[in-house]
Structures are given as structure tokens and as C-alpha cells.
Design a protein around this ligand. Sequence first.
Ligand SMILES: Nc1ncnc2c1ncn2[C@@H]1O[C@H](COP(=O)(O)OP(=O)(O)O)[C@@H](O)[C@H]1O
Ligand SMILES: Nc1ncnc2c1ncn2[C@H]1C[C@H](O)[C@@H](COP(=O)(O)O)O1
Length: 220
Amino acid sequence: MSHDFHIPKDVLITVAGTVGVGKSTLTAALAARLGFRTSMEKVDQNPYLEKFYHDFERWSFHLQIYFLAERFKEQKAIVEAGGGFVQDRSIYEDTGIFAKMHADQGTMSKTDYETYSSLFEAMVMTPYFPHPDVLIYLEGELSSILNRIRLRGREMEIQTDVSYWEHMYERYAKWIEEFNACPVLRLNIDEYDATDEASLDEIICQAAEIIQASRARRSK
Ligand SMILES: Nc1ncnc2c1ncn2[C@@H]1O[C@H](COP(=O)(O)OP(=O)(O)O)[C@@H](O)[C@H]1O
Ligand SMILES: Nc1ncnc2c1ncn2[C@H]1C[C@H](O)[C@@H](COP(=O)(O)O)O1
């Protein structure tokens, strides 16, 4: 057990939510508090992301394949290490939010989407791919999230039309209602402070309860 928190040392906690909501910040804070490792989304080294924001149609497929490969490698490393990780964004969001959104709005072709989806199914939707023990879903007011995107200052995101973020925000709200691949803890971004230990401990206690209940169910 990780001391004090009753969280087994082998768990995988994944932090999910729309762009700018606070995933990376909470991932780092929770991992530090738990003594876990992080699996972070690496934006600066991504060779397609900036190109993608300038031309969705041209780069959607390349970007999705890149993200799929990166997340799969991370997932493999987590399994090989025996867990004990907090992960910044789930692989389910790549397909359930991003790829689907671009396919639906016509910025990823039907054929590319089918190719991507069949690769995703073959890689991810198998018994060999462990689901997270808990997915912490971050949600909040769109205006606060847009503000955070602006404050963070990634030019490619700031230059992107606000309608893109509005659309993504709506998709996330529907997606989480139907999500059932693993247990979920929903957190409102106005109701915690990632810089405050007591606030983090409260989140960890809630996650611990969910993990214990789901492991107890599985062991029956
Ligand atoms: N709890 C918080 N309160 C205030 N600002 C925050 C909080 N969490 C994150 N931020 C800020 O919001 C921006 C986006 O956060 P980030 O963690 O990078 O989001 P994501 O990983 O979901 O895209 C960053 O500038 C970050 O410093
Ligand atoms: N699967 C994805 N498709 C398109 N864009 C994606 C995908 N995953 C992440 N992104 C983008 C969104 C942001 O610009 C950066 C990082 O995401 P963040 O939510 O800020 O961690 O990558």
C-alpha cells in the first residue's frame, strides 16, 4: 500500500478531460503526493500537432496514429513497471473524442477513420490491455477552461477558433455520461486546489474508495 492513503502501489490512475481543464497539473500533483510516477502527454516533441492545427484535413490521420503509438508505448511501460502511475489523458479520449470529432466533421476521411479505428480495436480493446483502476474526469465552466488555454499560451491553441473548443466541450460532456470502460471519479475544477495538500488528499481518498470497491467486486 502507498502509505496513509490505502491505495495499492500497483494502480493506474488516469486523468481525463478537455484541453486546458487542468489534467497535467493535477497529474503531477497527485503523483508527487502519492509517490507515484507520471505518464505525461508530450506536446513539445509532437511532430504533427502544430501542423495539424494549421490544416486538420491534411494531418488528422497522421496525428491520431502518432498519439495512438505514443499512448500505447506509455501503457506498455506502465504495465511492465507494475503500475504505480498517474497518467495524463486516457487512450479512450483519442478515439472517443478527437478521432470521432474529426471524422464526424469531415476533417478526417471515412477510410482513414476506419483504418484508425480498426488499429485501435486491435491494439486496445483486448484482454491484454489493462483498463485504469480509476479515471478522474475533470470538468468545469467553458469560460474558465478557455481562460486557462489563453493563460497557458500555446499559440496554436489560442489561434484555433473558439467553436472548436466549444464543440469539444460538448462532446466531452456526452462522452463521460456513456463512458464505462473503468470506474470514474468526477471532479469540478472549482472544488479542488492542486497546490493544496489537504485538497489533494481528499481526491486521493475518494479515488481510494472507488479502487477498493472495484477490486473487491473483481475478486468475488
Ligand atoms: N487548479 C487550477 N487552478 C488554476 N489554474 C490551473 C489549475 N490547474 C491548471 N491550471 C492552469 O491551467 C492551464 C492548463 O492546465 P493544464 O494542466 O496544462 O491542462 P491540460 O493538461 O488539461 O491541458 C495551465 O496554465 C495551468 O497552470
Ligand atoms: N488524439 C488527439 N487528437 C488531436 N489532438 C489531440 C489529441 N490528443 C491531444 N491532442 C492535443 C490537444 C492539445 O492541443 C494537446 C495536448 O492536450 P492537453 O489536453 O492540453 O494535454 O494535444
